[in-house]
Structures are given as structure tokens and as C-alpha cells.
Design a protein around this ligand. Sequence first.
Ligand code: SF4
Length: 392
Amino acid sequence: MKNPTYHRKGFGLKDVVDGDLKSAYESDLIAELKEGGNTLKRNGITIRLAEAFGFCWGVDRAVSMAYETRRHFPDRKIWITNEIIHNPLVNSHLRDMGIDFLQVKDDGTKSLDCVNENDVVILPAFGASVEEMHFLEQRNCEIVDTTCPWVSRVWNRVQKFAQGDFTAIIHGKYNHEETVATSSRADTYLIVQNLKEAEWIADYILNGGSKEVFLDRDKQAYSQGFDPDRDLVRIGIANQTTMLKGETEMIGKLFERTMMAKYGPSVINDHFLSPGDTICDATQERQDAMLHLIEEPLDLMLIIGGFNSSNTGHLHEIALTNGLPSYHIDGPSCIVSADEIRHKPPHDTDCSTTNSWLPKEPVVIGVSAGASTPNQVVAEVIEKVFSLRQEV
Ligand code: SF4
């Protein structure tokens, strides 16, 4: 019987790696902005920075643990099962430190065969699937588990659903690593990506429909052998921790109303379990800060974060829903010139280019960043924007 070693608290080297982390990811400009009430004006451009933005506690902890791992095992082969977080700068620094990323195959599974006995494997902040963890345990790897406690909290909830024979309805994106990891802990699950999908499913629960049409909709969204007529009688709600909080709440309430209407209030506890409070604090703070920021008179928003970062995408959606011109960029290189910006529209996989994005007159730009964006990247974007205009 193999006996894997798990490290879940780092190696007591936080003070040692702190200097490296600060020089790689912190910024004097952001400190200056914060001192000035999150406002800075130069060259006819006023930047208004959200009160909460960038690295969250869970990301900070995961990146710090990865740096500690390299120090603790200077000579060992180190893998990471995925991007530690969704930020290209951080991931490229880890590669430079000799930490290798497991490749994702075309079918979405990982190439795990390259991992050898006694290698060190880091699990990222959004966790790993049960199957991956089982494989690494069998290989007798040394596992550094940086899974954010907020994510583990959702896993506990999903496991409780399974014990009570409840199907987990997971509000998330089925190809997001966190949702893959969460769904692997459920016996039976159905992933809903948004309120519109949830409404379609609620209608099926109440009024029935064609099982074939249901199962043909999205084969990646449900567990093997899923039967909507059998598996939607007892449901519990869970979520990817970085979804839009308001949407998760609406989905929870929709299914509660649906099960109440179908089975009656006296037995609702036999048919419905609520999501509880599983949107993480950091996601909520950043979404609240965005809502607060867009109450101000802004001309446009720049939202900074990896293009595969779910929480960054949701910040972008908040700005767009409120009618503000908004661009999701992943760093300063997206700002090509005062006339041209490269950015990712919501729900598109490819980037677009927009011209004439920066007004010629004095302009107020709101800035926010997802939970995996270092301050240094935010600062570089702001410097680039300032540099587009001559001093006025
Ligand atoms: S966004 Fe939330 S769940 Fe994700 S790593 Fe940060 S604190 Fe944890």
C-alpha cells in the first residue's frame, strides 16, 4: 500500500520567499494610488482603481507555497497539475524556476504518465479531481496541496449531497478546473452555467419534456448515466466559488421555488438543499467593489486578468451590464496604442481588436483586476495608459 505525503501548510519558509514575491509581484505605483484614495491623475487621464482588486488571500497563499516548495526541494523534479492560478506572468515565473506543468490532452484529460515515483506535485488553488489525486497517490508522489479552503468547503457540501442521495446542481463552467474537481466529488451532478440554463431545467422539472432532448443539450454537463427523470427529484445547489454572486443566488432561489411548487413546502427538505454561503469572500469583495466603482462617472473600464480567469470575466460582465465601455485585457501588451486595444469579449474564446478606444479629451478610466492578477501587472497597464498621452 502506497503512503503518499501531503503538505498543506507550506514549509515554514514564508519569510524566506517573501522578498522574491514582493519584487516579482508588488508595485510602488499601486502603493501610491492607494495612498491617494485609489485615484491618480496624469497627462489628462484619471485612473480610479477599485477598492478591492487583484490577488486574493487564496492565490497569495498558493503562489507563496509554490515558491516555498522550490526552496524546500531544490533538487527534486517538481510538477504542477495545472496553472497555479490564471495569470501568465506568475505561471511563467514558475516555469523559470524549473516547475513543469502537466500537459492537457485534446480530450481535456492530463498527461500524468510523465510523473515518476517520488516526484513532487503541486495542486493549484482550484484543486484537482479525485481521479488525479488517486493517480498521484498511487505513484507515491509528494503532494503539495494549495487548494483554497473556500474550494474545499464546496467539496464538503457536494459530498454531503451525495451521502443524502441528492444530485449536485453546480453553478459553474464545466471546463473550469475548479468545477471539474468539484464535480468529481459528486456521485450525481448537473452543471448549469447561467440563469437561462437553470430556467430551462426548472421548466423540465415542473412540466417534464423529452429526456433525449435534455441529454443531447450538453453531454459534458452531467455525470455518467444521468437520468433527468430520476436524478432531479432530490437536488442540492453548489457553485464554482468565482461565479457571479447574484446569479448563484437567483439560481438557488429558482430551484427552491421549483421544488416547492412540485412537491409542496411541507417536504421541501426532502427535495432541496440550498447552496449555503459558498461564494468566496474575495470574489464577493471584488464584485461589490466593481458595483461601487461604476456608480462614479467613468468613461470606460479596464479589467485586468488572465483570459481564462472566471472571476475576471465576471467583473467585466458587471461593467458591461451597466452600459460602460469595458475591456478585459491580460496585461500591458494588449494596449497596442491610443487607437488600438486587444481584448477578450465575454463568452468569446478569441480576442478582438477595438479602435478609437481612448477618448482624446480628459478621460476617467476605472480599473479593476481579477483575483489572480499581481499588482505589478496592474501597475504596468496603468503606466502604459499614461504613456499614451503627452504631458498636459
Ligand atoms: S478567488 Fe476565492 S476561492 Fe479562489 S483562490 Fe481566491 S479566495 Fe480562494
